[in-house]
Ligand binder design. Structure first.
Ligand code: LMR
Length: 396
């Protein structure tokens, strides 16, 4: 049965990481996958995470299965991080959360739920979006459509075009929104724009699915929920997929969650009962370790404060690299306006590099960038900046 199987195409993001690892050039630069690197090019384990792990190792007394929806303490912490302590959604129990294996696992469970309970519904993705969104939802059986987002002329948000596209979305469809630090553009709506988006979705009966993978990397943990909170004022029902890969550095621990926000507690529990079925046939119940780390850090006042500082360090270093990139490109004499890179937030920016220029950077200079021209700003350092900008000057 295997004789006629064709080799699969490489993943547009993770496939390049494999190529990067195989490249013998000692000066190679990896700006592909969204993984944070510190000033020395290392992806560290946060000190708050290390301390939490020590405590977990000492205290853990069972490796029995978690419930299908994961550890309740973790799920409660996820909700608090999303909405803020004491928020009405939490107090009224209108939200139900399931611990999932990473943001990707949460998105897939959401996709399975949506496809089986709402057959025929389309999911609308921003143009552009994270390459994996399309494949996850297509694999789940949903039909993917696009709404306008980035203005290629200004490298900013084309809000009028976004609203015009949203107005065409039929009742009962789903729209995927990025909670903050839009992947791949780094361009987010303002809170006022989020409120307008919420009005449109409410009037059209379109269900938002918020992919929230970068909380804390734009302005701050609390500030970054502003868009989500605007949305909750306008729309009663939504799905939210959380990931703690980036803000806790828990990439390989696959730590995420799916939160259902419903009209009332009973409805939330009913929807979650359907979500549970999808969890059972996908992976039965979630892995524990990452969730225990998040719950331990967030439940301890000191560890939580330490974590907030560590997230600020990550955010500040990325922002420094944004400034340094724009400055160095200018110093090299490049005439294009790169200043929007400074306004953008989170790990990514989309450059105007063509597929051919991306290939030239890879083949001649061992600089790895996603084919769409997305760069991981968190992979830039003082040490690799000059070499990158020199190469960009050559290919541009
Ligand atoms: C990315 O966009 O690079 C990250 O979200 C990691 C991934 O899985 O693609």
């Amino acid at each position: 049965m295997f004789e006629n199987v064709q080799i699969a195409p490489p993943d547009p993001i993770l496939g390049l990481t494999e190529m990067f690892k195989a490249d013998p050039n000692p000066d190679k630069i990896n700006l592909t996958v969204g993984v944070y690197q510190d000033a020395h090019g290392k992806t560290p384990v946060l000190a708050s995470v290390k301390e939490a792990e020590k405590r977990i190792l000492e205290q853990e007394n069972s490796k029995g299965y978690l419930p299908m929806t994961g550890e309740p303490v973790y799920c409660a912490q996820v909700q608090e991080l999303l909405f803020g302590e004491g928020h009405e959604i939490i107090a009224s129990k209108r939200a139900a959360t399931a611990q999932c294996p990473g943001g990707t696992g949460a998105l897939r469970v959401a996709g399975d739920y949506l496809h089986t309970l709402h057959p025929g519904a389309n999911i609308w993705l921003s143009n552009p979006t994270w390459a994996n969104h399309n494949t996850i939802f297509t694999a789940a059986g949903l039909n993917c459509k696009k709404y306008d987002y980035r203005d290629p002329m200004t490298n900013g948000l084309d809000f009028d075009a976004m609203c015009a596209s949203i107005k065409t979305i039929p009742k009962g469809d789903i729209i995927l929104l990025h909670g903050c630090c839009h992947n791949p553009t780094g361009i987010d709506p303002t809170p006022e724009q989020w409120a307008k988006i919420g009005d449109l979705l409410a009037s059209q009966d379109v269900l938002p699915l918020v992919d929230f993978a970068y909380q804390g990397l734009a302005v701050g943990i609390e500030e970054d929920r502003a868009g989500l909170l605007e949305l909750t004022k306008k729309v009663k029902q939504m799905l939210i997929c959380s990931s703690f890969s980036k803000n806790f550095g828990l990439y390989r621990e696959r730590t995420g969650a799916l939160t259902v926000v419903a009209d009332n507690a009973e409805q939330a529990a009913t929807v979650m009962s359907q979500v549970k079925l999808r969890i059972r046939y996908n992976y039965s119940n979630p892995p524990s370790h990452g969730g225990q780390i998040v719950a331990t850090v967030l439940s301890d006042k000191q560890l939580r404060a330490q974590w907030i500082e560590e997230v600020a360090d990550i955010r500040n270093r990325i922002n420094e690299m944004r400034h340094l990139l724009v400055k160095t490109l200018k110093e090299k004499g490049l005439k294009q306006d790169f200043s929007p890179i400074i306004e953008q937030c989170g790990m990514f920016s989309v450059t105007r590099l063509t597929k051919e220029q991306v290939a030239e950077l890879r083949e001649k200079y061992s600089i790895y960038i996603v084919d769409s021209g997305r760069i991981n700003v968190a992979g830039l350092t003082q040490d690799n900046m000059d070499r990158l900008c020199e190469a960009l000057k050559e290919v541009l």
